[in-house]
Design a protein around this ligand. Structure first.
Ligand code: GLU
Length: 305
């Protein structure tokens, strides 16, 4: 396995040249586009690493399935899906195009920014500090890494420049989907996106989802199985931006990408995979990371379909 991973990383590294690092969040623009790394954690606890696996990066949209899981645990399915839908959009993650035309005007799914900000606003806690601590605690628990924290530079950079997300959130407040304090919801969302991880952390998160919400080490149930199934289904239908259909055909594994170039994959009952490759394709997915996962899926027959 170790040799296979090493070969696949080197075989796909040249694709990084064809992508671009996200720079609409200025701090993300500083990432090195040439990097490509992967970590696999299997059900037996074996860990395999290759390439630039120790690179640090922020969760960005990879935080969306985790916060969705917590919101579902806090509020139940009915409350959450009163506010967000269950359908793919075919539009970019930060699009506002359909919002005004929908009736009721709720975001189509929790993986686009409009849906994710709404979901974040549903996290329980006595104040914004406690709400964020609960999110961070969940991420730490499912990544098996109690040391995780925010990258302050990325957080402040997005907070300063996130006007598109601000526009989306204020629109949602106006139409009654987002309740409570808009700035608080946005701040929480920017913070969850700025949690700093490595491939191993997100491979562990993938493993937790692959393992149906059970902690691999302790056997403790952290989240109900049926809620992890909902989250993984969204990862299949909407996890890879408006490239989710193609990714499902080519890779066939529930996955969520982020604009930092990371990808979390959960191969049910087999393994969690964490990939980083900051150079993105036009849809916002890691260009070499997707190619690497395609090859890996073919070699190990990972497709769930
Ligand atoms: N923080 C980013 C934003 O809201 C996350 C986007 C992403 O990773 O897709 O623009």
């Amino acid at each position: 396995m170790q040799l296979l991973l090493k070969r696949l990383v080197e075989q796909n590294r040249h694709y990084t040249k064809y992508g671009k690092v996200a720079n609409y969040i200025p701090e993300l623009g500083k990432m090195d586009p040439d990097k490509l790394g992967i970590v696999i954690v299997d059900t037996g606890g074996k860990i395999y690493r290759a390439g630039d696996y120790d690179l640090k990066f922020t969760l960005q949209s990879m935080s969306k399935p985790i916060v969705l899981l917590l919101a579902l645990m806090d509020n139940g399915e009915e409350t959450v899906f009163k506010k967000v839908g269950k359908e793919p959009t075919g539009d970019p993650f930060n699009s506002m195009r359909k919002l005004e035309t929908l009736s009721p005007p709720k975001p189509l799914n929790p993986m686009i920014n409009a849906g994710a900000i709404t979901v974040t606003s549903l996290i329980k806690g006595k104040d914004s500090k406690e709400k964020f601590e609960r999110i961070l605690d969940m991420v730490r628990k499912i990544s098996n890494n109690p040391r995780l924290n925010i990258n302050m530079d990325v957080y402040l950079s997005e907070k300063k420049t996130g006007d598109r997300n601000r526009a989306i959130a204020y629109f949602l407040k106006d139409v009654g989907i987002l309740e409570g304090d808009v700035e608080e919801a946005l701040d929480l969302y920017f913070k969850q996106c700025s949690i700093e991880v490595t491939c191993e952390d997100i491979a562990n998160i993938g493993m937790f989802l692959a393992n149906q919400g059970i902690d691999r080490k302790t056997g403790k149930v952290i989240a109900p199985k049926y809620l992890t199934q909902i989250v993984k289904t969204f990862m299949v239908t909407c996890g890879m931006y408006d490239e989710s259909g193609e990714f499902a055909i080519n890779v066939g594994v529930p996955s969520k990408s982020g604009v930092s170039g990371g990808i979390i994959s959960a191969v049910p009952n087999r393994m969690g995979i964490g990939v980083i490759g900051p150079a993105l394709n036009a849809k916002g997915n890691s260009i070499a990371g997707v190619k690497l996962l395609m090859d890996l899926s073919r070699e190990l027959k990972l497709s769930i379909f």
